[in-house]
Design a binder for this molecule. Structure first.
Ligand code: ARG
Length: 271
């Protein structure tokens, strides 16, 4: 895409040489979304707008100070530090993230997003940074739902546009059970609330957020795991942004190698 394209990169490098700046990303916070004139040695922008959906603890949630926090947020800030760009986090609906990348609203997305074949048609993904799976949440006294197949004929709430949604969506290639009445919510927490209120029989959601939701609702709901549906989280980057993707992958590899990734996982309870 144009903004991180070769010509711009060359121009930016030239400007950096002329103005004698390089390395640090600090100071230049005025420009957004690729309009920067300065950045780092590689010609990356000095600031990158990163979309997320802060409804997915422990990966992203709104902290007490009103700002997005979580494993993903800490991770992308560290990536930015290493790659030499400042990170601005933009919170939006999960199912709007990929579109926002196509319309230039954001420069990349980190949102516990599974790198699916379908999404790969629209965006590129970084190397994976987390192994995940899908589970069910049911009321604690429910003993009839043990496998995904048991969801047939049941009401199931999901977060709209997630892989959990697609697993119970008839006609989708990743559908594992048909005949489910699906309620699509804007937030995972709303799906869980509906379960608590008896509006649905189950919620299908990623395992780690499921654990957090169960913990927050002391004893009233429980997790049911079927044979693991394995997924990998990766950072979504617009197609063709090779330089940006390479820089992100380099930082991720470093963070995996030097223990930073494990440290963050421990800090945020993302295990
Ligand atoms: N891993 C699932 C997916 O990619 C769910 C991600 C939801 N993330 C969020 N921040 N709400 O569809």
């Amino acid at each position: 895409m144009k903004k991180f394209g070769k010509v711009v990169a060359v121009m930016m490098t030239a400007m950096m040489v002329l103005s004698g700046c390089g390395g640090a990303s600090s100071g230049n916070t005025g420009a957004t979304n690729g309009n920067d004139t300065t950045g780092n040695e590689s010609g990356l922008p000095s600031k990158v707008v990163v979309g997320t959906n802060a409804e997915f603890p422990p990966f992203e949630y709104i902290a007490e100070n009103g700002q997005p926090d979580g494993f993903d947020i800490a991770l992308i800030k560290e990536v930015g530090q290493r790659a030499g760009f400042e990170v601005e986090v933009k919170n939006m609906d999960f199912d709007a993230l990929i579109m926002a990348m196509e319309t230039d609203g954001i420069d990349m997305a980190i949102a516990g997003m599974t790198a699916t074949e379908d999404r790969k048609q629209q965006v590129d993904f970084s190397d994976p940074y987390f192994n995940a799976s899908q589970v069910m949440i049911v009321k604690s006294d429910n003993d009839s739902i043990k496998t995904f197949q048991d969801l047939k004929g049941k009401k199931v709430a999901v977060q709209q546009g997630t892989t959990g949604d697609l697993m119970v969506t008839e006609g989708d290639e990743s559908c594992v059970v048909e005949g489910v009445e699906v309620k699509r919510m804007n937030k995972g927490a709303d799906a869980v609330l509906d379960l608590m209120n008896g509006g649905v029989d189950a919620v299908v959601i990623d395992a780690n957020p499921a654990e957090q939701f169960v913990l927050a609702n002391d004893g009233k709901i429980k997790i049911v795991t079927d044979e693991a549906v394995n997924e990998e989280y990766a950072i979504a980057i617009p197609k063709g942004e090779t330089e940006l993707k390479d820089a992100v992958n380099k930082a991720l590899a470093e963070m995996k190698a030097d223990g930073t990734m494990d440290k963050l996982a421990e800090q945020y309870d993302a295990n």
